[in-house]
Design a protein around this ligand. Structure first.
Ligand code: BTN
Length: 263
């Protein structure tokens, strides 16, 4: 057993809500593995941690660069017992939690790019991928996958990434203990998730999310499936959808997509 695996197990075993810990030194994708464990009937709060991913997955079919030895790649499965309309905004909750955690460790302010990209110093430091599984009838489950660039040397990242991504180390010049980070991340996520489920939805966390949303009142261009929308961001609604005034002056809401600030 590597010392990372040993320390991960010890740190996560101390959290009583975590029911199962699966560690891999290398895996195709922690989301894919968590999904297959969920399909095989694994319990809620099954947590997967890997040191590296061979085919880390991002939103909109993109990939997530996942070299070994430096970063956090983790996924977990929950079964939110809330009305289904409130489930998608758990994606925003996850972004907000990661922002809070990274601020705690680095002392730098984090910004959110809707729905859940976390940026520091204007560059992407974390990505979150939520996937909804149907499970047995009436028992939907949610896979939450989180990647955080912790100690990576970003200048070694391929292509454009070396210009658009950052890591906690690149930002601060300090090396961070991934295990301490993982333990804190799960503790803070669990607290906010419990609160969110009790209070049914995004309005309960809106203030803290909006404080960090970088695109409010900005002109943006959104690619959402085959749709292209240009407008000015007005708000985020109770279900986590982005509310815009489009070029015709109409109010439109967007459930998912890639946002580019144009102004
Ligand atoms: C994005 O910003 O596009 C989302 C990136 C999500 C990456 C994480 S790393 C852990 C988990 N496993 C994956 O394959 N993806 C997520």
């Amino acid at each position: 057993m590597s010392s990372y695996e040993h320390d991960v197990r010890q740190a996560l075993q101390s959290l009583d809500f975590i029911k199962r810990i699966v560690y891999r030194s290398s895996v195709e994708s922690t989301n894919t593995l968590t999904e297959s464990l969920a399909r095989d009937g694994s319990e809620e709060w099954t947590v997967v941690v890997a040191d590296a991913q061979e085919r880390g997955r991002g939103r909109q079919g993109r990939s997530w660069h996942s070299p070994p030895g430096h970063n956090v790649y983790t996924s977990f499965m929950v079964k939110p017992a809330i009305p289904s309309d409130y489930v998608p905004a758990i994606s925003l909750l996850a972004g907000m939690v990661v922002a809070i955690v990274l601020e705690h460790f680095t002392g730098f302010a984090a910004e959110l790019k809707w729905p859940n990209d976390v940026l520091m110093g204007g560059k992407k430091i974390s990505g979150i991928l939520l996937e909804l599984g149907s499970g047995r009838p009436g028992s939907p489950y949610l896979i939450v996958g989180i990647g955080i660039n912790v100690n990576s040397d970003i200048t070694e990242y391929p292509g454009q990434l070396s210009a658009t991504a950052t890591s906690m180390k690149a930002l601060t010049g300090t090396t961070f203990d991934r295990v301490v980070l993982l333990n804190y991340l799960y503790r803070v996520f669990h607290e906010w998730y419990t609160y969110y489920c009790l209070h049914h939805g995004f309005m309960s966390i809106k203030k803290r999310y909006m404080q960090r949303l970088r695109m409010i009142h900005k002109r943006v261009h959104i690619e959402s499936g085959s749709e292209r929308i240009t407008g000015v961001v007005q708000d985020v609604d109770a279900f986590g959808r982005l509310v815009l005034h489009n070029e015709q002056g109409e109010t439109v809401t967007v459930k998912s997509g890639d946002v580019h600030i144009t102004q």
